[in-house]
Ligand binder design. Structure first.
Ligand code: DAH
Length: 334
């Protein structure tokens, strides 16, 4: 075949191709291993010596030309194909609405309640020293909470905080009373997951230090809190408790919302414990140089309150990221 004819045919074939795969067949027909132009290029040696340079040059030039035409057409087909995919008449794709995590939603609600009572929010580190997590909180060396089995220790002796109470000390070191703070955040304990235990959970710490803060301020504040969270009709009881960093200490219980205080499989006694509290231990204030002040503190488990408030019977649901579970909180307004 003469090179001129070959050129004409190749151009025609390229023009006719409407699909990329057709274009590929055209490429193979002329430039493939057994393509007609490839054959010519391979057989240059069969031509008379004096004709070889011209034939070689022309054939190579043609090869470049065809390659360029193929490239151009391919680009054109790809672009027009992209346009084909853009069907403007199709309905838009629905974007799915995410939601905040239930523990975030509830933490925010609790924070708002305390902020309305004049508390400000401070945060502390999740990796703590033994000093802030235990010693400074009047927790003796032999206290069971210090057991290696209860606390995650780092190689350097630091630990993952087991509660938010260290923030009390960190705050009092930096700011002198009077002050009112709450501190939300993650805590960790060596617990195996089961319906009521999790190695990580969320707490909110509270601290109010001032001249003449009394136990009745504590009761009043926490009673108001439980009413705002569980409704005006909720009954709150303060029972004696023990914490090394408060004296006296109290446990705050509410009337069980599942049985209205009659007694059921959740509460047994008609009451459910929701938080620990007490008057800041005088040793703590003395160590920090604030003997003339008194204060109260409390620590509440957000997971526990969420389980009661939203009627959730397994704490693990908060940590499994099951979309179906989490989606239910879409509707809860902040
Ligand atoms: N830190 C305690 C815990 O994790 C909770 C607590 C109890 C905090 C009494 C307090 C408090 O501030 O006064 O079990």
């Amino acid at each position: 075949m003469k090179l001129d004819d070959l050129k004409k045919n190749a151009k025609e074939d390229i023009n006719k191709a409407t699909l990329i795969k057709e274009l590929e067949s055209v490429r193979i027909k002329y430039l493939g291993r057994k393509g007609s132009l490839t054959n010519i290029l391979h057989s240059i040696g069969d031509f008379p010596k004096e004709d070889r340079p011209l034939i070689g040059q022309t054939a190579n030039k043609l090869k470049r030309e065809i390659t360029n035409l193929l490239e151009e057409k391919k680009k054109y087909l790809e672009e027009s194909r992209a346009l084909e995919w853009e069907d403007l008449s199709l309905p838009g794709r629905k974007t799915s609405k995410g939601s905040l995590h239930p523990l975030t939603i509830l933490s925010q609600e609790i924070i708002d309640i305390f902020m309305s009572m004049g508390f400000s929010v401070v945060r502390g580190p999740e990796i703590e020293t033994e000093y802030y997590n235990f010693n400074a909180l009047n927790t003796p060396e032999d206290h069971p909470a210090r057991d290696l089995h209860d606390t995650f220790y780092l190689k350097d002796g630091r630990l993952l905080r087991t509660h938010t109470s260290p923030v009390q000390i960190r705050t009092l070191e930096k700011h002198s009373p009077p002050l009112r703070i709450i501190s939300p955040g993650r805590c960790y304990r060596v617990d195996t997951f089961d319906p009521t235990h999790s190695p990580t959970f969320v707490q909110i710490e509270g601290l109010w230090v001032d001249y003449d803060v009394s136990m009745s301020d504590l009761f009043g504040t926490l009673e108001l809190f439980t009413k705002k969270i569980f409704g005006e009709g909720i009954r709150t009881e303060f029972l004696p408790g023990y914490f090394p960093f408060t004296e006296p200490s109290a446990e705050v219980w509410i009337q069980c919302p599942f049985c209205d205080g009659k007694g059921c499989s959740v509460c047994h006694s008609g009451l459910i414990e929701i938080l620990g509290a007490g008057m800041v231990h005088p040793n703590i204030l003395k160590n920090l140089g604030y003997s003339e002040f008194t204060g109260f503190a409390f620590g509440l488990g957000v997971d526990r309150i969420a389980m009661i408030k939203y009627n959730i019977n397994d704490i693990r649901l908060f940590y499994q990221n099951d979309i179906q579970f989490l989606n239910q909180f879409n509707e809860i307004k902040l």
